[in-house]
Structure formats: C-alpha cells, structure tokens
Write a protein that binds this ligand. Structure first.
Ligand code: GUN
Length: 283
C-alpha cells in the first residue's frame, strides 16, 4: 500500500480563498483585518518566517505591519510596543516572533498581548480556553493538523492518537484538540520508554519532536494516518520532517509530506485566527 498524501499547499490554497472572501466581506463593512508581526533581532530563520507571514496576509487581502527591532531592544520597550498594539484598533492580531533575545522574558511578553488579539494562541488565557473547551485562539500548527484530518473526513471518535512531543506550541495543544474530538490520546516524549509499542497501537500519529527519523515504517500500524510537524535538514541539506517519509508511506493510509504538508497550514491558520479576531472585534 502507498499512502495518500495530505497536501498542505492545496488545502491552504482552499482555506486562504475562503479567508480572502471573508476579509472582503468585512472590508465592505469598513473593517480591514490587521496583523502586527513583531521581530526582535536578526535570527535568519525568524526573518524568513515573518516575511512569509506578512506576504501571506497581503495575498489574502489582510492588512499587516512588520515591526523590526534591534536585538538590543529592552524588555520594557517591547512591552510598551505590545501595549500600543493592544490599543490600536487597526490591529486585530499580534504575533511576537519567537525566539526572543535571552534578556527578554518571552512568557512575560506573551502574557502582555491582549487575549482578544492572541492569534498565536500562546497566552495562558488561550491555553486555558483550549483546555476547557471555551472559545479562544488555538495555536496555529496543531490547529492546521486538525484541519488536515478534517480534510480527509477522518472521524477521531474512539480512535487512538499518539502525539510524539510535548511542547507548549504543538504537542500539548495537539493532544487537547484530539481529545476534544473524542480520540484516546497518548503523549509521548523524550523520556518515553518503548515508543514503538505505543505507536504500533496508534490510528493517528503526530510527530512533533524536531528530530529526523523519529518515526520509521516498523513503528506504524498498517493504515494509520501520519502527520509530520518536523522541520529538519537531512545530510544533503534538504528539508525533511521527523518521519522517515519513504518508509512510512508504504505502511500508512495517509501521510503529510515535508515540505508542503503541515508547514503551509501553520501560516494559513494564522490568517484564519486573524480574520476571526477581526470578525469578533467587528461584532
Ligand atoms: N517561532 C517559530 N514558530 C513560531 C510561531 O508559530 N509563532 C511565533 N510567534 N514564533 C514562532
């Protein structure tokens, strides 16, 4: 068996077309959805990410501002910028790109963002809302994974999902989203013993570790759905995920490629969250 690909580029295109239409409808009412992206320092990967986020906004008819600051910006000055953006009615979503320089307390900055504008879904209020099933913003990467499962009509009720990785950005919120859809969820991590015994029982596997070949074909039950959140480089410098794609695609029923899988969905869900924030503000 060769797995069916879940194409993140194609799904993103469809969702972004919907975002653009909703943005147009909102504009007709005099509200242009706006995202502020704040970058501190010159981390090369972050520079690429923020550029892609701003471009995606433009392509979908959302207003965006990119604020770039030197790595020497003080925490107090960054907090003051966040506060100004909280009070700016043209801005509906605020994203402070991580990582921040070591002298800035990232969690403090995240908590300074108004939960109503927390389109990254990293604020404690957003995490609490997800945990309790209340309305709030969901972190973009696991939210994108849920959309990918939805796109193949996958019913999670009673299924066993194994999430590999326990980060606040992906693993933990992913587990809560799967649980909300009535899956039985196991969260595995670096200290987990006998990962293979767990993954072999899984109907759905989400790999979100940041390490190549964490999941190989011998660890996957035939017919399982495999989502690869990893973003790594192989020995030739080519982009690859956490999953041994060539091997696992022989066993799984569905699999996401890297690149072109979960990656584009993360930015798409940022657009969805920003639009949602603007729609809520317009009400
Ligand atoms: N750095 C890497 N990924 C992300 C993300 O999704 N949001 C923010 N704010 N920073 C990041």
């Amino acid at each position: 068996m060769t797995a069916q690909l879940i194409d993140g580029n194609l799904l993103s295109k469809q969702l972004r077309t919907e975002v653009a239409a909703r943005a147009q409808a909102l504009k007709a009412k005099g509200v242009t959805p706006g995202l502020a992206v704040v970058l501190v320092g010159d981390n090369p990967a972050s520079q690429v990410y923020v550029r892609n986020k701003v471009k995606a906004c433009e392509d979908s008819g959302l207003h965006s501002v990119l604020e770039k600051y030197e790595a020497t910006l003080t925490e107090a000055d960054l907090l003051a910028r966040v506060e100004a953006l909280n009070n700016d009615p043209s801005i509906h979503g605020i994203l402070v790109q991580l990582p921040l320089p070591a002298h800035i307390d990232a969690q403090k900055v995240i908590e300074a963002i108004s939960p109503a504008k927390d389109v990254d879904g990293f604020h404690i209020a957003s995490a609490g809302a997800l945990m309790t099933g209340m309305p709030g913003f969901w972190p973009c990467t696991p939210y994108g994974c849920m959309k990918m499962l939805e796109s193949i009509g996958y019913d999670l009720r009673g299924k066993h999902a194994v999430v590999i990785g326990r980060s606040n950005i992906v693993g933990k919120p992913m587990a809560l989203m799967l649980l909300q859809k009535d899956a039985t969820v196991t969260v595995a991590h670096s200290r987990t013993q006998n990962l293979k015994a767990l993954t072999l029982q899984a109907d759905v596997i989400v790999a979100a570790v940041g390490k190549r070949n964490v999941l190989t074909a011998d660890m996957v039950k035939p017919g399982a759905v495999v989502l690869d959140v990893g973003m790594n480089r192989n020995d030739e410098g080519k982009l690859c995920g956490d999953v041994d794609f060539e091997g696992v695609k022989q066993v799984a029923s569905h699999i996401t490629p890297v690149p072109g899988g979960v990656g584009p969905m993360t930015i798409t869900m940022l657009l969805v969250n920003t639009l949602e924030a603007a729609e809520r503000a317009a009400k």
